[in-house]
Design a protein around this ligand. Structure first.
Ligand SMILES: *Cc1c(COP(=O)(O)O)cnc(C)c1O
Ligand SMILES: [Zn+2]
Length: 451
């Protein structure tokens, strides 16, 4: 432990206000060794040369032959300045777009130019996870890690496997039984990860992987890892960039392990502190009703950040009840099928920073929203579509104005979960089902169908 990290540009600090222990970034820690709470990566901003105003980051588009300027994460490197450039790994992550989507806006009854979809499916492994992995694996390189591991509902393993391969680090991924979308599983195997399927759900995998990493000294890549969340901040920087360096009114994001929502809150808090933005957008975190721990705790049990003094008893009682009921979460949105989110407290802080809201939407609405996005937008996996499903409700009850500027984070690519898409259309499951039509091998019959 370091008493005073003021000499370095970055350090790690416990989020517990009664502890606030600080550590050097060369230590490999995922939870505070003193009190067991989550850790933040923090910066001595006066030691970092910032670009003055956000739009200066945009000038790096002109120097894209520099691999760090090409990366949509490292283009913003001064805002996540925890490792030297030589350790930074990149496979060209973050080349994602903010699509203004008038068709879906009109469908939802919004003013047409107000809805934006931040399409993170364009990342190298097909989900937003690459934003975090490029940062965490860079830290792994900095500390000389030789092997790494993660628990995963699918996309984390795909992303870890890709980046570990790039770094030459051995990689083991833990997945639950029968709960992983095929596209994702195929990636982990193809990128050469050792894939271990545990008889249990994601929460079981999450517990095992932490013990395994402690026991064997593997580098842990779940979103407990405070460096991963630093990379994920850049999703917000890119949204601001795409809006001409203005902040939107609302950000909507699906909530699983709550890493994204936590990192978005941290991003806006830091930008505001640094005077790089003048207001913070509101954040909506959307659960599936089949995995709605956050929604239940915040909206029904009154759980709050409370300046860091979170009422632990509410959480402990809630989890004890889940255990007593032998509860296992169930949703078609497999990426958010999590009932004990590891970043819960950081997410509560993000809700506090961003005047945030939490809600849950049922699977049927997620499926229809996914098909709507497919029909008029870029296509996404089910968890991502929870954003648009939630937006529909928030517009209907007047929480979000029809002319508010909204950005929904589409977290993963449509090809991640092809089975779900095929079944939705073939089995006429919803409002936008578009099944294939069979026809005889006959020109006239075929023409009749198309005319
Ligand atoms: C991991 C993931 C989520 C959940 O994000 P958290 O940061 O764990 O809340 C949502 N959507 C997709 C596609 C994911 O891969
Ligand atoms: Zn602590």
């Amino acid at each position: 432990m370091t008493d005073n990290n003021s000499k370095s540009q970055a350090y790690v600090q416990c989020i517990n206000p009664a502890c606030r222990a600080q550590f050097d970034c060369m230590e490999v820690l995922y939870k505070c060794p003193k009190c067991g709470e989550l850790l933040d990566t923090l910066y001595n901003w006066d030691k970092i040369e910032l670009p003055g105003k956000l739009s200066n980051f945009g000038k790096r588009w002109a120097t894209r032959d520099n691999r760090l300027d090409f990366s949509g994460v490292w283009r913003f490197r001064e805002l996540l300045n925890f490792c030297p450039d030589k350790n930074k790994v990149s496979v060209g992550e973050g080349q994602t777009i903010l699509e203004q989507n008038c068709a879906i806006a009109e469908h939802l009854g919004m003013k047409p130019d107000c809805l934006h979809l931040q399409y993170e499916g364009l990342n190298p492994s097909g989900s937003f996870k690459d934003n975090g992995m490029t940062a965490a694996l860079s830290h792994a390189m900095m500390v000389g890690a030789k092997s790494c591991a993660c628990a995963s509902t699918g996309n984390t393993s795909a992303s870890v496997a890709l980046y570990a391969h790039k770094c030459g680090i051995k990689c083991t991924v833990f997945i639950g039984t029968g709960r992983i979308a095929f596209g994702k599983l195929s990636q982990a195997m193809d990128y050469g990860a050792q894939t271990i399927q545990i008889h249990g759900d994601f929460d079981d995998c999450m517990k095992q992987v932490q013990d395994v990493c402690n026991e064997l000294g593997l580098y842990l890549l779940n979103s407990l890892n405070p460096y991963r969340l630093e990379g994920q901040k850049t999703i917000m920087f890119r949204i601001i960039e795409a809006l001409g360096w203005q902040v939107p009114d609302w950000i909507l994001v699906p909530g699983g392990n709550l890493g994204n929502s936590s990192s978005f809150g941290k991003a806006f808090y830091e930008l505001k502190e640094l005077g790089l933005i003048d207001r913070i957008p509101r954040l909506v975190i959307i659960n599936s009703t089949g995995a709605d721990t956050l929604n239940d705790l915040v909206n029904n049990k009154g759980l709050k950040w409370n300046d860091g003094n979170v009422d632990q008893k509410i959480i402990d009682d809630y989890y004890a009840d889940l255990t007593a009921k032998n509860f296992s979460p169930h949703t078609i949105a497999s990426a958010i099928e999590i009932s004990r989110p590891v970043n819960l407290k950081k997410c509560l802080r993000a809700i506090d920073v961003c005047n945030g809201l939490v809600m849950a939407v049922p699977d049927e609405e997620i499926k229809d929203a996914k098909a709507l996005i497919g029909k008029y937008g870029l296509g996404c996996e089910p968890a991502s579509a929870a954003t648009v499903a939630g937006l529909r409700h928030l517009l209907a009850d007047g929480t979000i104005d029809k002319d508010a500027r909204v950005a929904c984070v589409l977290t993963g690519h449509v090809l991640k979960d092809p089975n779900l898409t095929v079944n939705y259309h073939k089995d006429l499951e919803g409002q936008f089902s578009n099944p294939p039509v069979e026809v005889a091998n006959d020109l006239q019959e075929i023409i009749k169908l198309i005319k």
